[in-house]
Design a protein around this ligand. Structure first.
Ligand code: IVH
Length: 737
């Protein structure tokens, strides 16, 4: 049990919640992640239920949340705009389903509609005689702000509803939904704000709320907001005069309740109903169809699920798939399909009992930045990284995160000891988004790049036009370590078993000083080193590397002598020479000697080799120390040339040589692998992400953000037909990018 005084804790919780509510709802500048905020509310609610005598009428648990801001007229909602309860785990979703079935008195599976939870802000749209007359934000749930002028600028929201034959809109109707900022508009706005030196929006929701709050509709129009709708609340004509306006329903003999499970599509579908006064939809699926028929935007991926298992598989599917969407989503909203059954369950003061939001694992968390340390790469580039108080994000424990470069760190003014927001999206390396300024300690000081390399003490240098600081000492142990790791890596000499820890020991014991030294290593030397592995409880255990492992590594080193020339060129770690650059050089020059003798001009005549790469190769080869290294490698027996027969077999430049494509979405006629192979066969490259250097983006079904990024950068987009023309022989290819 917690030793704190409940009265004090209650007060503290209420104060904290009010503070964070204001940051979130009013200032659009939250300081804590949603989960953290929800945890505070949960704790408050628990404490209040344990101590009912200490509950107060103004507690945040009694309100829907949020307040109105100055600048807009306040309007009252016909019905309160409720929020949704959250489920953070499969068990919590199962518990919700049980509550629903218990409430309905049924053991059978219930039909739900699963919708994507749009990361935006809720909006209530009033249509009178089919014309948009009002748009209001949620505000505190009872009263919101009249943002009609801004809503009118959102192209997705029709100013006039369509007259659908079977479901003509009634005299007055309120439609609810979500206004959101598409991902690409979010990125654009943040780029603009960054250039203007303004604080960045943390997520699309805040950016959308910020845009809606703008008092100048002309500016709002330029923000590129969009919307989806999902709810019809009645005007006097229908829906909320339920159940009177509805025909009687079939009910189950035993319970007297509407029959659940066997057929929830009570009554004929809307399109088959008799004409007469419109009674409104009876299921949520009908609601969504009606909204569509009226010309309103409805997010298309909603799904009808029978029972909790179908819901769970839908939630699991979208956890990854959501990344392909054009808008942000942080969960799945689950709603009971049958509207009459919803009435039976009713609502609490804050949430409907018939709906819940299943939240995807949080991708942002706040934690303490223990220290900022720097890492020295093999080219000497020094990059800062964050050492964090460990925190679980999206299911994995994060204790380190990137900070990009020193300039970025200074611009964001991230300091040691700060509370910071950390983000992890998918398989992307975790990064520090920014500091939580209100939690900064008074005695904190801005971070500065160390003047000297933390490993070798050499002064750090930065070239005038570069952002990167470097340690220029070529014998810096940190650089040697990374250089040897690179040499042994899979994309270079591919020496299995020669990992980080072994290399560190070899350097520490002065057993090697460069890559040529690896070829002198004997089994007995390696056998005496230690290998470290993690025990199941996380503790590290060290044991002697041993004869068997040593023999394996030595055999791998021996085998690497016969590697293709490009592997060696890549492994040497010449700046700007990546895997492909090394392949091009090997193909063009055929031997290490010819490569080393080539002038910058000759280097540039090689296909795809530009001035930067050529100059880098030249200056590397001009270093006597590097020439000696090559001689030592040669003496050790490492292959220095491409055998003539292999050189002849190397593919000649093709029609797509020099071009780079990005694939996104699913192609109907071939797999991603086949498409990649086809491009490469013709000399082209396939890259994973869109940049200004991309020649074209090949877009299949359900394409993700890459297509949007291409559009934004003005990069040509090829559909599947155009792509086939590109890879099939014929004259039309020439017309394509
Ligand atoms: S239904 C009474 N459906 O999430 C139920 N809400 O966290 C009203 N939201 O206030 C909400 N996507 O602003 C519903 N497909 C969706 C939604 C959605 C996003 C928002 C909405 C709500 C908030 C609750």
């Amino acid at each position: 049990m917690s030793p704190v005084n409940p009265t004090e804790r209650l007060e503290e919780l209420r104060r904290l919640i009010r503070y964070h509510e204001e940051r979130y709802f009013v200032l659009d500048d939250p300081e804590v992640a949603d989960v953290e905020f929800d945890a505070l509310v949960k704790e408050l609610r628990q404490l209040e239920s344990q101590h009912p005598d200490l509950a107060t009428p103004d507690s945040p648990t009694r309100r829907v949340g949020g307040r109105a801001t100055a600048g807009f007229d306040t309007v009252e909602h016909a019905q309160p705009m409720l929020s949704l309860d959250n489920a953070y785990s499969e068990d919590e979703l199962r518990a919700f389903d049980e509550r629903v079935r218990k409430g309905l008195g049924t053991a059978e599976s219930v039909v739900y509609i699963a919708e994507l939870k749009i990361d935006g802000l809720s909006i209530a749209l009033t249509y009178e005689d089919g014309m948009l007359t009002r748009g209001a934000t949620r505000g505190d749930g009872v009263r919101g702000e009249d943002v009609t002028a801004n809503v009118r600028t959102i192209k997705a929201i029709p100013l006039r509803l369509k007259e659908a034959e079977a479901s003509a809109p009634p005299g007055q109707v309120e439609i609810r939904g979500e206004v959101y900022l598409p991902k690409r508009a979010f990125e654009r706005i943040n780029r603009e704000r960054e250039e203007a030196g303004e604080a960045l929006f943390m997520n699309p929701r805040n950016a959308a709320a910020g845009a809606m709050r703008n008092l100048d509709p002309a500016l709002v129009a330029r923000r590129g907001l969009s919307a989806f709708t999902y709810q019809i609340v009645g005007g006097p004509a229908f829906a909320d005069s339920r159940p009177e306006g509805r025909p009687p329903r079939t009910s189950s003999a035993e319970t007297g309740l509407p029959h659940v499970g066997a057929d929830l599509q009570v009554g004929p579908p809307s399109s088959h109903r008799e004409t007469g006064p419109w009674v409104g939809p009876r299921t949520h699926a009908e609601t969504l169809e009606t909204l569509r028929a009226w010309g309103l935007p409805v997010e298309a991926h909603w799904r009808r699920c029978r029972g909790v298992e179908e819901l769970l598989s839908c939630c699991r599917e979208w956890e990854e798939r959501r990344r392909t969407l054009e808008f942000g989503t942080d969960g799945i909203v689950i709603k009971l399909d049958d509207l009459a059954l919803r009435d039976l369950l009713g609502t609490t003061s804050k949430f409907p009992r018939w709906a819940i939001a299943f939240k995807f694992p949080a991708e942002q968390q706040t934690t303490r930045l223990k220290a900022i340390e720097v890492n020295v790469g093999r080219t000497g580039a020094v990059t800062p990284f964050a050492v964090l108080e460990p925190v679980v994000i999206a299911g994995s424990t994060i204790s380190m995160a990137t900070l990009h470069n020193a300039e970025d760190l200074t611009r964001k003014d991230i300091r040691e000891g700060d509370w910071v927001i950390v983000e992890k999206a998918g398989d992307v390396i975790p990064r520090v988004v920014g500091p939580v300024l209100s939690r900064r300690q008074d005695d904190s000081v801005p971070w500065t790049m160390p003047a000297a390399c933390p490993r070798c003490g050499a002064a750090l240098c930065r070239e005038a036009d570069e952002v990167v600081w470097r340690c220029e000492n070529t014998s810096c142990p940190a650089r040697l370590q990374r250089g040897l790791e690179h040499f042994a890596s899979r994309s270079a000499m591919n020496i299995e078993g020669l990992g980080e820890s072994l290399i560190a020991q070899l350097l520490a014991g002065n057993l090697v000083t460069d890559c040529a030294g690896l070829y002198d290593l004997g089994e007995e030397v390696l056998a005496g080193l230690t290998s470290t592995s993690a025990r199941s409880d996380g503790k590290a255990i060290s044991r002697r590397f041993g004869e068997k492992n040593a023999a394996k590594v030595v055999a791998q080193i021996e085998r690497s002598k016969g590697n293709e020339l490009w592997r060696l060129i890549h492994g040497l770690g010449i700046r700007h020479v990546g895997e492909r650059g090394a392949q091009l050089l090997a193909r063009a020059f055929g031997s290490m000697d010819d490569l080393c003798d080539a002038t910058t001009a000759q280097l540039q005549t090689a296909h795809e080799i530009g001035p930067v790469l050529a100059a880098s190769v030249r200056s590397w080869c001009d270093e006597p120390q590097n020439r000696q290294l090559i001689e030592r490698l040669r003496a050790a027996g490492v292959r220095m040339a491409v055998p003539p027969e292999e050189r002849a077999a190397m593919p000649a430049p093709g029609p797509l040589t020099g071009k780079t494509y990005v694939l996104t979405g699913t192609l109907a006629s071939m797999t991603r692998e086949d498409a990649t192979a086809a491009v490469e066969r013709l000399g082209g490259k396939v890259a994973g992400s869109v940049s200004r250097k991309t020649t074209g983006v090949i877009v299949g079904a359900e394409a993700g953000t890459k297509a949007a990024k291409a559009e934004q950068l003005g990069i040509p987009i090829l559909d599947e037909t155009a792509f086939r023309t590109l890879i099939e022989p014929g004259p039309d290819r020439a017309a394509l990018p």
